[in-house]
Design a protein around this ligand. Structure first.
Ligand code: KIV
Ligand code: ZN
Length: 385
C-alpha cells in the first residue's frame, strides 16, 4: 500500500477565493487545526504578496512543528528571498516556486519564448537551491502545455535542484483520462523523473478536480494538493477531505492511503467554513449536512436494518456524531416508529397506523418534520380520544 502525501493550500490558494480575507490569528488557528489533521505539507501563503502574508507565513513556520510549511514564490529572485526569510525557522523549510509553461500563458501573460521560460525556471531553481533544502517546482497551466516541452523543462528543473514536480490543472480543463496520461507521459519521457515526487494540483471548473487527482495517483502522482471544503480560485481546488475519504473507502482499488487523521475532518471543515464565511453546501460530499441524512422510506428502512445498505462512509469516520433519518413525505413507517421510540413516545401499536396517516398529511405540506411536529401529532391523537 502506497502512502500519498497531502499538501494543503487552504491558506494560499484557498484564501484566493473571491471575498475571503483571513486575518493573522484566523490563519494561525487554521494552521494549528491542519496540523491536528496531520497534513504532510501546508502552504501558509505567498510571502512576497504583502506584509501581512509575510508575517503570517513566518509565524506559522515558527509555530507548526509536525508538518512541513511552505510558501509560494514566482520565478523571481525577490520572491524567493522573501519566502526564505519567512520560512527559514520552520521545521522543514520548503519553497514552492512556479512558472507558467502553456502556449497561452507564454504568449499573452509572460511574453516569453520557450527558451526564456526554461532559462528563467532553471536559474531561479538554482538560486533557490542555495537556500532551501527542498524545492517544489510547478509548471503553471501544465495541463494545456505541449507534452514534449513540459518534459524538457521538467528534466531541466530537476537537474537544477527541484525535488518535487507539480503538474497543475490550473484552469480545471483536463479530463481524468487526459490528465492521468500526462503523468504517464512524464514518467516515460523525463529521464530523471524517478529522482523526484510528482504532485497533482487540480481546480474544479468542470467539476473534475477529485476525479483528476485520483487519475493522477493512478498514473504515478505521490502528492496531492487541495484545500479544505474545496475552496479556492473560481470554482475552487480539489477538496482534500473528499480525496482522502475516497482513497480510504476505495483503498483496495487504489492500493493507496494518506496519513490524514480522518476524525478531524468535520472539525477542520467547520472551522474553515466559519472563518472564511464560505458555507458548505448541504449536499457536499463527506462534509455536507445531508451527507449522512436519509430521507426516503426505502433508504431509511434499509439503514435501520443494516447501515451499509445506503451508507458507504460511516459518519464517525470523519468526526460526525451520527447519521440522521430525516422525516418527511418520503419516509416510511419503520423510520417513523423508530423516531417515536427514540423520543420516548410510547405509542401503542394499534395507534401507529392512524398516526402515520396524519403524519403523511402534514409532511405533504411541510419540507421536513421536526421532533416537535411528532410530539404535537401524538398529543392531538391522544386528545381526540
Ligand atoms: O493553480 C495553479 O496553477 C497554482 C500554482 C501556483 C501552483 O495554484
Ligand atoms: Zn491553484
Amino acid at each position: 500500500m502506497q502512502t500519498i502525501k497531502i499538501f494543503d493550500t487552504t491558506l494560499r490558494d484557498g484564501e484566493q477565493s473571491a471575498g475571503v480575507n483571513l486575518n493573522f490569528s484566523e490563519k494561525l488557528e487554521i494552521a494549528k487545526q491542519l496540523e491536528r489533521l496531520d497534513v504532510d505539507i501546508m502552504e501558509a501563503g505567498f510571502p512576497a504578496a504583502s506584509k501581512g502574508d509575510f508575517s503570517s507565513v513566518q509565524k506559522i513556520a515558527q509555530t507548526i512543528k509536525n508538518c512541513s510549511v511552505t510558501g509560494l514564490a514566482r520565478a523571481v529572485i525577490s520572491d524567493i528571498d522573501a519566502a526564505w526569510e519567512a520560512l527559514k525557522d520552520g521545521a522543514e523549510p520548503r519553497l514552492h516556486t512556479f512558472l507558467a509553461t502553456s502556449p497561452i500563458h507564454r504568449e499573452y501573460k509572460l511574453k516569453m519564448s520557450k527558451e526564456e521560460v526554461i532559462h528563467t525556471a532553471v536559474e531561479t531553481v538554482k538560486y533557490a537551491a542555495k537556500k532551501f533544502p527542498i524545492i517544489q517546482w510547478s509548471a503553471e497551466d501544465a495541463s494545456r502545455t505541449e507534452l514534449p516541452f513540459l518534459a524538457e523543462i521538467i528534466e531541466k528543473v530537476i537537474q537544477a535542484g527541484a525535488r518535487v514536480i507539480n503538474i497543475p490543472d490550473t484552469v480545471g480543463y483536463g479530463t481524468p483520462q487526459e490528465y492521468g496520461a500526462i503523468f504517464k507521459y512524464l514518467k516515460e519521457n523525463v529521464p530523471s523523473i524517478n529522482k523526484v515526487s510528482l504532485s497533482t494540483h487540480c481546480h474544479d471548473d468542470l467539476g473534475m478536480a477529485i476525479a483528476n487527482s485520483l487519475a493522477a495517483v493512478e498514473n504515478g502522482a505521490t502528492q496531492v494538493e487541495g484545500t479544505i471544503n474545496g475552496i479556492g480560485e473560481r470554482a475552487g481546488n480539489a477538496a482534500l477531505e473528499e480525496f482522502a475519504v475516497a482513497l480510504h473507502i476505495r483503498k483496495d482499488y487504489y492500493q493507496a492511503s494518506t496519513r490524514l487523521n480522518l476524525h478531524e475532518i468535520s472539525r477542520t471543515s467547520s472551522l474553515v467554513s466559519k472563518l472564511t464565511g464560505m458555507i458548505v453546501p448541504a449536499n457536499k460530499a463527506v462534509v455536507g449536512k445531508n451527507a449522512y441524512a436519509h430521507e426516503s422510506g426505502i433508504h431509511q428502512d434499509g439503514v435501520l436494518k443494516e447501515k451499509t445498505t445506503y451508507e458507504i462512509i460511516s459518519p464517525d469516520l470523519v468526526g460526525f456524531q451520527s447519521n440522521s433519518l430525516v422525516l418527511g413525505k418520503h419516509s416510511g413507517r419503520h423510520a417513523f416508529k423508530n423516531r417515536l421510540d427514540e423520543l420516548g413516545l410510547n405509542v401503542p401499536e394499534e395507534n401507529i397506523k392512524p398516526l402515520f396517516s396524519a403524519f403523511k398529511d402534514l409532511a405533504d405540506r411541510k419540507k421536513e418534520m421536526t421532533d416537535e411536529d411528532l410530539v404535537a401529532l401524538v398529543l392531538e391523537e391522544e386528545l381526540s380520544k
